[in-house]
Structure formats: structure tokens, C-alpha cells
Write a protein that binds this ligand. Sequence first.
Ligand SMILES: [Zn+2]
Length: 60
Amino acid sequence: MSDEPIKLPEGFAPVTAGGVRDHRCEHDGCGNWGGWGFGKPKHMSHWFCFEHRADGERFL
Ligand SMILES: [Zn+2]
């Protein structure tokens, strides 16, 4: 169970606990849990951790 809030850009469907998979932060050499998803709706494929979530904004 995670008590981390999941924040997604507007327009994304909320990610339920059952929908959360093994997304890892894409930041080079990080490897933390990528709780933040970025990308176009239905093409969300870039994931970053809290620390590196700003990296994902270029995919929006
Ligand atoms: Zn990271």
C-alpha cells in the first residue's frame, strides 16, 4: 500500500491501486518508483519519481 498522493496532469484518468504497475523513474541513474506519469492521454509512457517529476513536463 502506498500513501503517496498520485498527481496526474489534467485529462488523465486517475490511477487506481490496481492500475499501478512497476513504473520506474526514467531519470538517468535514478530507479526510484515513478509515481508521476507523463505523456498524451492513452499514450502515457513516461514515468518519474517525485524528485524528478519536472523532467516529465517536456513530454506534455
Ligand atoms: Zn527519479
